[in-house]
Ligand binder design. Structure first.
Ligand code: GSH
Length: 237
């Protein structure tokens, strides 16, 4: 299976699928892209969903030979364990490996979990709710604490890395940690999730995060991923 990968990625734009496209580019692996833009309701178009193998019918999903795999973090780990022979992106050294896994877990279980909770609540709060603005302000403030906490953690870790002349989260090089984490931060900044109480969507409050996002979006593998997939955050999600 390792000599001639036959990988297909079901890629919905403005989604976690960008993590997988970037991972594939960083590993220099060929892959076939089945892509779709989001429908006007923010979801995947039904005809695209129908094509996705796997019961969830969510993006990302990959097929590699006869293996179908869902869940972006599991896919990242699978690709690294199967194709990263030099262990660059998922290190074998115990402490670095744990740190990469910690960020991969956090990408879903902390950053996106709290960010998406705010995004869904904001979109679903009825427009005609009496006192909607005050209700939303209160809800948003209570949910924003989790985002603030998470961003403070990320910023402090990146500050340590930057003060040692580094650019990345773990081990002084691009790893699966950076590749897994970037999308959640793009979403939080782009949609101002938990940042509404800050001017300019938080620019300046977490300078090390902003510097790291700039570094990552300057990586050749990121640029190749954007060129191949047409990734953009877009207006709906
Ligand atoms: N935990 C899953 C989440 C998968 C997921 O919810 N994907 C979203 C895009 S980020 C999707 O397919 N949405 C389209 C839809 O549900 O119609 C992962 O990490 O891959």
């Amino acid at each position: 299976m390792t000599s001639k990968p036959q990988i297909t990625l079901w890629f919905l734009n403005a989604s976690r699928a960008v993590r997988i496209a970037w991972m594939l580019q960083a590993l220099n692996l060929p892959y076939e892209l089945v892509r779709a833009e989001r429908a006007s309701n923010g979801l995947a178009p039904p005809e695209f969903r129908q094509k996705i193998p796997g019961s969830l019918r969510k993006s990302p999903t990959i097929q590699d030979g006869d293996l179908v795999l869902q869940e972006s973090v599991a896919i990242i780990e699978y690709l690294c364990e199967t194709y990263d022979k030099e262990h660059v992106f998922l290190p074998t050294e115990a402490k670095e490996r744990l740190k990469v896994k910690e960020w991969l877990s956090a990408s879903e279980g902390t950053f996106l979990m709290h960010g998406i909770a705010i995004m869904y609540a904001r979109a679903r709060l009825p427009q005609d709710l009496p006192n909607r603005a005050e209700v939303w302000k209160e809800m948003n403030q209570s949910m924003s604490g989790n985002i603030d906490n998470a961003l403070n953690w990320l910023n402090s870790e990146l500050k340590k890395s930057h003060s040692n002349g580094g650019k990345y989260l773990v081990g002084g090089r691009l790893t699966a940690a950076d590749i897994g984490m970037l999308f959640g931060l793009q979403l939080i900044y782009d949609r101002k999730l938990g940042l509404e109480h800050l001017e300019n969507s938080g620019n300046g409050k977490w300078p090390d995060i902003e510097k790291w996002m700039d570094y990552l979006q300057d990586e050749k593998s990121w640029k190749d991923c954007v060129a191949k997939t047409g990734f953009r955050m877009g207006a709906t999600l």
